[in-house]
Design a protein around this ligand. Structure first.
Ligand code: NAD
Ligand code: NAD
Lengths: 207, 207
């Protein structure tokens, strides 16, 4: 298996290659991949050679082939069933984004604690009560729980998802949650995106 | 000024330090910072020494001090006025997230093309017509435009924001937009977050 730091870089190349594929760009160069991480072109070529991927000099790598190869090497090329907790603004935006399923991340069930929402249908999904979480994770073999709930509810909901048996959480509430070591978590952070953009603007102006 | 690859790494350390500060973690180690990028601890220490930041061995860096120092070095420590186009699901989630202003990114105005929304007030913001975009960017000295519009509208809205004079775009619509070199863009990609989480789960299971 691939050493951890190299695997981390591969997952960040995967993200860049994934964006290229999703926006319809045919090729991507080692320079572009390196730029996104702050690593040299040579490091990128060395990492990708591990996978037997050798770009064409001057042209770069075929974005779609690289994307599939990286997914395979990192083990993310199979289908991952997810569930969503929180049918508010973020939840609805995620339900309305059809591309997830095409990319192997199907939202199989939606939960909410608000009695006014439970039993209704939002963007084709029946909103289930939190009491059904455990049975749903088992029946639908859900691996990932998406938390689109307010900050104050994040820990309670994380505990419920862990008890139900998910392997990972995608967390939109910007708050730290305590978890057992066996469950992975990734927090989405829009502020971080704004900061990165501000840095790019400042750098482009010679800062 | 700092060489570009190092500056890129610093901006990624900034993101990690920012998350630590926002979730209330006191210290962060060079190992944690390196883990997030796939670079060695030694590279992290070398980069941060450029800023005169020397962590305490065994303890790491003070997260909040590092965050402020990185923001200063990268030029993102001042206030950045932003505006939002699209008062739908994503737009409302962003308007409801009070932390932006505290972190120096104030949403100063909100625009939408839907006549049913223009003139109404959503989460304390009056929805303005697109015709007011140009005057607003000048009067409020807006630097960043946030695009929370459907895929098909992304290019049209990007053109309008560029004409109005913004320096950067935060793009939620997963589609490539053509821009002049003088305007920076950063796309938010939730699929990429799910992919990274899937990779972490797979790696933790020994994949
Ligand atoms: N990090 C960022 O930059 C950023 C930006 C925007 C929003 N957010 C965060 O994303 C999260 C979601 O935002 P939103 O605008 O969609 O919120 P929202 O209030 O519109 O939706 C939250 C939903 O969660 C449900 N809920 C509340 N407590 C629950 C519980 N215990 N169990 C199950 N469901 C519960 C509510 O009924 C509601 O439907 C918030 O935490 C918000 O702060 C973060
Ligand atoms: N990348 C991802 O993982 C991901 C996930 C979820 C949503 N999204 C994307 O985020 C975007 C916003 O999603 P949403 O759920 O908030 O959509 P939405 O339909 O709820 O809101 C879009 C808003 O934009 C407005 N609008 C449409 N055309 C416009 C124009 N020309 N000028 C100004 N305003 C215009 C609409 O009136 C509406 O209020 C979409 O492009 C969606 O695909 C991406």
């Amino acid at each position: 298996s691939i050493p951890r730091p190299a695997a981390k870089r591969l997952s960040l190349y995967l993200r860049e290659a994934g964006i290229c594929v999703r926006i319809g760009r045919q090729t991507v160069s080692s320079r572009q991949l390196g730029e996104a991480l702050g690593v040299s072109d040579a490091q990128v070529r060395k990492d990708l050679a591990l996978l037997g991927q050798f770009g064409q000099s001057g042209v770069g790598y075929d974005a779609s082939a690289l994307y599939q190869q990286l997914r395979q090497a990192l083990g993310t090329d199979r289908n991952w069933n997810t569930l969503l907790v929180g049918a508010g603004n973020i939840g609805r935006a995620l339900l309305g984004h059809a591309a997830f399923e095409a990319e192997g991340f199907k939202i199989t069930a939606v939960f909410d604690s608000a009695t006014s929402l439970v039993g209704t249908t939002i963007i084709g999904h029946r909103i289930r009560p939190m009491s059904e979480l455990g049975s749903c994770v088992k029946e639908l073999r859900v691996r990932i729980g998406i938390m689109a709930v307010p900050r104050d509810a994040a820990q309670v909901v994380a505990d419920q998802l862990v008890r139900a048996g998910v392997s990972g959480l995608l967390n939109f509430a910007s708050r730290r949650v305590e978890l057992p070591d066996t469950v992975r978590i990734l927090s989405v952070d829009f502020t971080g995106s704004l900061e990165r953009l501000a840095f790019e603007i400042h750098a482009a102006e010679g800062g």
